[in-house]
Design a protein. Structure first.
Length: 146
């Protein structure tokens, strides 16, 4: 979870999933850059790798702040760390994923895993992020307000 501090607010970088299913979805669709931990891979190393894959940006070399994991409706657990840094949200470039589209057509197309990113305050993030992931933003916000 990349964050930056502005004089008037904390901001977090969220990403919007790419592909046709997410094209017209906004509220509750945004997420932190994340992905699957490969066998033998440390979770923090996976988080840094996934950040780069989904944004095209190298993660900053700042001290990671561990956040308490959250559980998604799917049953998956998201382990996350916060890193202070900055990037141009409008210039991200994501890896692609192959998706059968239209569904059950037998045709596969490449779509960006992430189609855009934005810097948001915690209040703005609360409106956009997958609700199960908002506790990560809240933890970070609490970390700086305590």
């Amino acid at each position: 979870l990349l964050f930056r501090r502005r004089t008037d607010a904390l901001e977090v970088l969220l990403v919007h999933p790419g592909g046709p299913f997410w094209k017209n979805k906004d509220a509750g669709a945004w997420t932190i850059p994340k992905g699957k931990v490969e066998p033998g891979e440390e979770p923090l190393a996976a988080a840094l790798r996934e950040f780069t894959e989904e944004t095209g940006v190298a993660p900053p070399r700042t001290a990671p702040i561990p956040l308490t994991p959250v559980r998604l409706k799917s049953g998956k657990t998201v382990h996350a760390w916060a890193l202070e840094g900055d990037c141009d949200a409008g210039a991200i470039t994501s890896n692609t994923v192959k998706i059968e589209w239209p569904p059950r057509s037998g045709r596969y197309q490449d779509f960006p895993e992430v189609d855009r990113a934005a810097w948001l305050t915690p209040a703005q993030a609360a409106e956009k992020i997958n609700p199960a992931q908002f506790p990560l933003v809240h933890q970070l916000s609490t970390h700086f307000n305590s």
